[in-house]
Write a protein that binds this ligand. Structure first.
Ligand code: GTP
Length: 375
């Protein structure tokens, strides 16, 4: 069944039906979580993060999705197959050598069925957002743009490239990260979701790495193309760092971030079937415990993610942290803002705070670490 059309400025606007998802990045900022698992496959609120994006795309009328894979490409298809469980038709295209965000798009265009003038949705595979996808497509059609970009507003734009627009929302420049207060000419940044007119994708050079942000967009602008910005300031989070990933998962569980794919009711915590949680353990702040994980008596898990098969022993405190698959957190150990990689073991009576990362398979003996930035 075809999805319903969105109404844009009083005019019925059909949704886009095809999307490309960029899921080939190495996810270096998320290490060690991305050592064995590509970023889009790390569970957020109990399911691979990509599931949330696919479900939101489906809800917005997308029928056919091409996944542009590269790093650990082999894990996507065994999980999602042809996409029929999600009501989508999924295809996979793998780059032998990473082609960057723009090169990856060019590399998959031959799998699209859209006519040259039709809109194609493009998503970065690490963005959690409540973006009104239909509205972005509607804006694209209404303005006749070559590319339409989702822009979001941030409080502190210093860490981002800026995207100023004119009174009609047309992009006027792509600016590097501002170095001085005078260079902060807008608080609008590229939010990582775009609608391309299909023929524009064909103009990206083939067979070499291309950055869509650094090369394609500035090049199109310089050539006089119409790039439209749509500011949508609903929920938006780039899950590129461990702290952001844990926050995003918690927001999905709490219902602050919208997704039709959360496997359970919104609430203070989500325990997946097969999770073993002691009756007096306390789970809060959108914590999620995956299947086969065990939480011991009196343990407190707050705003955290505990992946499959991990064990948190009695009396441990895990706050704003991620415990990797098959990892173990010893009794009375305190984690706050920490990441424990897959299969790692943190012995009893340790304290790991403020961004500490324990590598996959590492062993930390009992009572050996008291890390605090205050000491
Ligand atoms: P970091 O290494 O931590 O910066 O993460 P990343 O590798 O994911 O890079 P970045 O966050 O800039 O990437 C934005 C999006 O593009 C993510 O969804 C990546 O998966 C994707 N991506 C980045 N580079 C490539 C590439 O060479 N090929 C493909 N197919 N996707 C890419």
């Amino acid at each position: 069944m075809r999805a319903q059309s969105a109404t844009v400025a009083g005019v019925e606007s059909p949704p886009a039906t095809e999307a490309i998802l960029l899921v080939g990045g190495k996810g270096t900022r998320l290490r060690p979580l991305t050592v064995h698992t590509p970023k889009p496959m790390i569970p957020a609120a109990g399911v691979p993060f990509l599931t949330h994006q696919l479900a939101r795309a489906k809800a917005a009328g997308i029928e056919h999705v091409v996944l542009a894979t590269s790093y650990l490409a082999e894990v996507f298809e065994p999980h999602f197959g042809d996409g029929s469980e999600l009501g989508l038709h999924l295809e996979y295209v793998t780059e032998t050598d990473p082609l960057g965000t723009g090169g990856a798009l060019r590399n998959v265009v031959h799998r699209l069925h859209s006519a040259p003038g039709e809109p194609v949705l493009v998503f970065n595979g690490d963005i959690l957002t409540g973006l009104d996808i239909r509205e972005l497509v509607g804006t694209h059609r209404r303005t006749g743009a070559d590319v339409s970009l989702h822009l979001t507003r941030v409080e502190d734009p210093r860490a981002f490239g800026l995207v100023p627009t004119d009174a009609d929302g047309r992009v006027t420049a792509f600016l590097e990260k501002p170095q001085t207060p005078e260079e902060i000419v807008t608080d609008q940044i590229n939010a990582g979701a775009y609608v391309f007119t299909r023929s524009v994708l064909d103009t990206i050079p083939a067979g070499r790495p291309v950055s869509v942000e650094r090369e394609t967009f500035p090049g199109l602008l310089a050539a006089g193309a119409h790039l439209q910005g749509m500011v949508d300031s609903t929920y938006w989070l780039d899950l590129g760092t461990p702290q952001a990933f844990v926050r995003g998962s918690a927001d999905l569980v709490l219902g602050r971030a919208p997704s039709p794919a959360v496997p359970g009711r919104h609430g203070e915590h989500l325990a997946l079937p097969g999770a073993d949680i002691a009756p007096d353990a306390k789970l809060s702040g959108g914590s999620c415990v995956s299947a086969g994980a065990a939480i011991g008596g009196g343990a407190r898990i707050d705003g955290s993610t505990v992946l499959a098969g991990a064990v948190v022993e009695p009396g441990a405190v895990v706050r704003n942290s991620l415990v990797g698959a098959g990892a173990r957190v010893g009794a009375r150990t305190v984690l706050d803002g920490a990441v424990v990689g897959d299969g790692a073991e943190v012995g009893a009576d340790n304290e790991l705070l403020h961004g500490v990362r324990v590598w996959c398979g590492a062993r930390i003996p009992a009572g050996s670490v008291r890390f605090s930035s205050d000491q």
